[in-house]
Design a protein around this ligand. Sequence first.
Ligand SMILES: Cc1ncc(COP(=O)(O)O)c(C=O)c1O
Length: 439
Amino acid sequence: MNTPICDFVNKYCEKDVLRFHMPAHKGKNVLGVEDKDITEISGADSLFEANGIIAESESNASMLFGSHTFYSTEGSSHCIRAMLYMVKMLGCKQIIATRNSHKTFLTALALLDIDVEWLFPSDDSHYLSSNIDTLKLDELLSNQDGVKAVYITTPDYLGNITDVSEISKICRKHNAFLLVDNAHGAYLKFLKKSLHPIDMGADLCCDSAHKTLPVLTGGAYLHVSNDTDARFKQLAKNALSLFGSTSPSYLILQSLDMANAYLSDGYREKLADFIAEVNKAKAALTKNGYTLSGNEDLKIVIKAKDYGYYGTEIAAFLEQNNIICEFADKDFLVLMLSIENGVESLTKLVDVMSKIQKKVKINETVPILEISKRAKSVREAVFSESEVIDIKDSIGRISAQFNIPCPPAVPIVVCGEIISENAVKCFEYYHTETISVIK
Ligand SMILES: Cc1ncc(COP(=O)(O)O)c(C=O)c1O
């Protein structure tokens, strides 16, 4: 597969011209990458009005993903806002969303003044879980009027993948659009049998390419299904432009461009081989007494308390041994993998983790998050005057700003909701001491 953006920049560097244009480093290599960091000079195309090398590269990505694929250099966060704008433009005023939605989804609701109906998990699932109550979803969609849309997040932070095809069937039955936050799942396209949301019936989907593929931080895809309403394809660039910087990073664009060549050249086979090694590592950890969670190939998620530790304690031990995890809290240790980790690092990981002595299971249970009562819309709450108070004094007050630590950036209480005793218990469990509330 060709790499038009990289080819253009490489040729430009070879010419060694005098750069009387942005960026200000003028290609002088203080950091070591500046020469390839260009701007929209003649021939370099323009991300939000692409009709040259960027359009060509995006069409390569579209071919790889089997969708209309658009680049972002500002992450899935950018694409999530664009997706919500697009459904709003098609007339959607209220969206049904799973409660494990990322903070960016809330910012989009606030900016676009879209109302939300939350879909809580079917059982006592963890608040980060993507577990969906399909009967409830069916009921909520039956009760809705107007243009309908559903927003789900899968894979979740704990390595669970939802069966998107099942959710898609319910959406089709009700003529609802299905939007998927697939920030953690760009690689799903390249499994032996694709599990990518677009292949499973999603209308719109975002992938943080940078999370699971060898792409620079910020590189992301907005995918529009070939089978969905044609207006989405027309709206996509405008939607991204509405929320995007007018200075997209050409380093990130080159990285997305190069990823096309990388992904089309044996990646699928390399991924299958690597996953086989990951499975061996998972089996070795289980044999050592660890309990694993989730069904995702490129995450290892340890239920830490079952092993007698908090996740943060295991994370600290790993750090002493030069291993840094993605995320740890009291209950979980989350390790995110990609082919680039290599087999040796899996061996090292298992080796270091086997040095931790198993202890008696910690029996402290996680408080189950109950449905909070809503007093104001997300938008009203975010634009209200607020103050920060002690969490213990917050019962009965209305949550104002986002109050969401990142990672995992998933809310316990959403802006506009009344803070309950249960919510305070949940915050205290995670050692949150203060909270922003409406004045
Ligand atoms: C589930 C989920 N959605 C969206 C995002 C935002 O993605 P990005 O950092 O690429 O903007 C994240 C980031 O961690 C995430 O975990």
